[in-house]
Design a protein around this ligand. Structure first.
Ligand code: GLT
Ligand code: MN
Ligand code: MN
Length: 401
């Protein structure tokens, strides 16, 4: 998509059709979501993993991610496991799909009702480690190079039930243990931690990107551990997702990303990517593309409960097309001479002091800064032209430029 697209072409072209080069991926649990919610049962039949791989590939997706139990049922025997994995690998091969990321289901089985790595019961914590080591083996066998940890039920309903200091230590102990397991086995695998502020517990530990980022630097192997931020989860905490992603990127910690949408701070909605917060998503995609992020563009979302199977594929294609439409809008923004001239003017400012900034501290710089005379009235009078800039952004987003 490097050529200029006119509005007329845009209406008729399929330039937004996803291709494998776009690196779009979906979890088996996303398109496989059967519409079950706390108030109602499943509304769609089960899609087999092999069918999902086939259909996603036909739509232009590149990868498929999974929890251990999305593929291998909890109660499967070793022989059943081997057969399922063999057939799945065959499908990956047949349809040219990869498994970039894998994870563990540590939240569905009743064993995990009080959490996994932070559960009060040591047997539950030990079982969680066992299950995760086996799931890591499975992920590596399928080719995954990123392993996600979503805290699921790592939290509390009754505040008195757990010491929050102990909970953080337990989380660290588990991640440190599993990093060492990966190193011991010589696996090429990095961990990506996924924060969420609440749901299904009243409060989840390490609830936002910022909390997780700080936690990572307390680990034994911080270089192996990064983040998997999710649009909906940061929005549940009413935070600016693009800024959270930027902080992760700047720290070299954006190992993976969960793209979806969310209507404000309420229950986790996992809506089709870009279906609600159009302006925010434009700036998110612009950030990912401008920053040179090369990781998967993973959609962790699901179709509305009203949909049948066709609606699921409409949903999946929609996520990918919308990403590509934002990508094209970002390209237009960057190529727009008026916008770029305005940005240059905005960022120009008074260059008198430019040389004193950005090269760190020295005694001489400190002395010059302390002695500098500023035209405070001029600084106070300055208009920043952000109204104009924002309107130009809106015109790009709404397609009039
Ligand atoms: C679950 C959760 C997601 C996580 C998945 C990985 S599972 O659907 O809501 O946000 O990314 O465990
Ligand atoms: Mn997610
Ligand atoms: Mn979610």
């Amino acid at each position: 998509m490097s050529t200029i697209i006119t509005p007329a072409q845009e209406r008729t072209s399929d330039l937004y059709t996803p291709t494998k080069a776009d690196k779009f991926s979906f979890g088996l649990w996303t398109v496989g979501n059967r519409g079950r919610d706390p108030f109602g049962d499943a509304v769609r039949p089960t899609l087999t993993p092999v069918n999902i791989v086939k259909k996603l590939s036909e739509l232009g997706a590149w990868g498929v991610n999974l929890h251990d139990n999305d593929l291998v049922p909890f109660e499967a025997t070793p022989a059943e496991r081997d057969r399922i994995v063999r057939e799945f690998k065959q499908a990956l091969n047949d349809y040219g799909m990869v498994v970039p990321m894998a994870t563990t289901n540590l939240f569905f089985h009743p064993i995990f009702k009080d959490g996994a790595f932070t559960a009060v019961d040591p047997a539950v914590r030990a079982f969680a480690l066992q299950k995760t080591m086996r799931a890591i083996d499975l992920g590596v066998e399928l080719g995954a190079t990123t392993y996600v940890f979503w805290g699921g039920r790592e939290g509390v309903d009754a505040e008195a039930s757990k010491d929050p200091l102990v909970a953080v230590k337990r989380m660290r102990e588990a991640i440190d243990f599993l990093c060492q397991y990966v190193l011991d086995n010589g696996y090429n695998l990095r961990f990506a931690l996924e924060p969420k502020p609440n749901e299904p517990r009243s409060d989840t530990y390490l609830p936002t990107v910022g909390h997780m980022l700080a936690f990572i630097y307390t680990l034994a192997h911080p270089e192996m551990v990064g983040l998997n931020p999710e649009v909906a989860h940061e929005n549940m905490a009413n935070l600016n997702f693009t800024h959270s992603v930027a902080q992760a990127l700047e720290a070299g910690k954006l190992f993976h990303i969960d793209l979806n949408d969310q209507k404000g701070p309420r229950y986790d909605q996992d809506l089709r990517f870009g279906s609600e917060n159009i302006k925010n998503h434009f700036f998110l995609v612009k950030l990912l593309e401008d920053s040179g992020y090369t990781g998967p563009r993973h959609f962790d979302a699901h179709a509305y409960r009203t949909e049948d199977e066709q609606g699921v594929w409409d949903f999946a294609l929609g996520c990918m097309r919308t990403y590509n439409m934002f990508k094209e809008k970002a390209r237009r923004f960057n190529a727009d001479p008026e916008i770029q001239a305005l940005l240059a003017e905005i960022n120009g400012g008074d260059q008198t002091y430019g040389g004193l900034l950005g090269s760190g501290y020295s005694t001489e710089t400190a002395t010059r800064l302390k002695e500098a005379l500023f035209d405070l009235d001029a600084l106070a009078r300055r208009g920043y032209h952000y109204e104009k800039l924002d309107q130009l952004s809106i015109e790009i987003i709404l397609g009039t430029r």
